[in-house]
Design a protein around this ligand. Sequence first.
Ligand code: ADP
Ligand code: MG
Length: 287
Amino acid sequence: MGIKFKNVSYTYQANTPFEKKALNDITIEVTPGTFTAIIGHTGSGKSTLIQHLNALLLPQEGNIEIDDFNIDNRKTLRLKQLRKKVGVVFQFPEQQLFEETVLKDIMFGPINFGLSKKDAMEVAEETASLIGLDKDILNKSPFELSGGQMRKVAIAGILASKPSILVLDEPTAGLDPRGKKQLMELIRKLNKEDGITIILVTHNMEDALKYADKFIVMHEGKVLFNGGYEIFISEHELLSKTNLSIPFPLSFLNRFEAKFNVEVNKNVRSLEDAIEKITPHLRVGEL
Ligand SMILES: Nc1ncnc2c1ncn2[C@@H]1O[C@H](COP(=O)(O)OP(=O)(O)O)[C@@H](O)[C@H]1O
Ligand SMILES: [Mg+2]
């Protein structure tokens, strides 16, 4: 069933001089098992949008359906069940670590959702191993860890509740390139191998193209467009008006086509893919 936003609007501080319409009539659908990237500049409404997914914010207009949950402005939700299904990792989630040990931190969710201490511990250990955290850090304080490890602990804490939808707000912000890559590969694995629906907020267009199969582009509280990678090609003029850059592998192919007056298949995820696509055009004498 997935996720359906129907005409959702949200305004902060309505009817005050500070009023700000952060979401303006959003209608989108996310199919189960997909990997969706939400892209857009700072202030475009991305974080506001994802806070609706676990009902941290309720839509002031419209509604959201997530499987058999209906989120609207009435407070009739089974919140706990919803939050077990939809795990949201907010920006800088390591700031929300608070237990004395890594293990206890990861156990917090499962206990909250009703597991016994013993079962929660088992799940926490499994999740830590799944996410690539060494066993010997489980009894350390989370605050002794590196930034990348702390981020992983925070994500493990969400994953331990076994959500079927995982939402991540700029999860790689502030990590070094190696930490970024590891985390993105892990998210890809959760999607491809465990079938978890992923919604990833990012402003890294190259990561979006590389990892996601659906893209939602937000601009000033609206969904500017929504679709597969083709949107970067078919809509690139619209995209450039928003000051978002076209993912580099695609802009590279655009320039290649223009310069050499050839047509290249642009179904690519990375620069390596793009190079593969231009190779046939590089035969001696052809250009
Ligand atoms: N708590 C808040 N109170 C008032 N305005 C807010 C609040 N949170 C966000 N906004 C405003 O709503 C708009 C959308 O913000 P946000 O959803 O955080 O965008 P993004 O995540 O894309 O950067 C911005 O103009 C922002 O300043
Ligand atoms: Mg944000």
